[in-house]
Design a protein around this ligand. Structure first.
Ligand SMILES: [Zn+2]
Length: 70
């Protein structure tokens, strides 16, 4: 039982990409504070989403610019 208690005491976060909780892992020992996503897959997906969002914002800006000046 104490072992189980210890396990539940491990810090955990919720991955913003898949909304699933994930717990501290040894490989994150040094950079747990900066870990945001549960897996590389989610990290990559997040990057793609951010790039897409930036692209979309750029696009909508240039579109409104186009409409305002035509
Ligand atoms: Zn995830």
């Amino acid at each position: 039982m104490p072992k189980m208690l210890r396990k539940s005491e491990l810090p955990s976060k919720i991955c913003p990409m898949c909304n699933r909780p994930f717990t501290w892992r040894k490989k994150w020992k040094k950079d747990w504070e900066t870990v945001k996503y549960c897996s590389q897959k989610c990290g990559r997906m997040a990057k793609k989403t951010i790039v897409r969002a930036k692209f979309w914002i750029l696009n909508s800006f240039s579109l409104s610019y186009f409409y305002e000046n035509s």
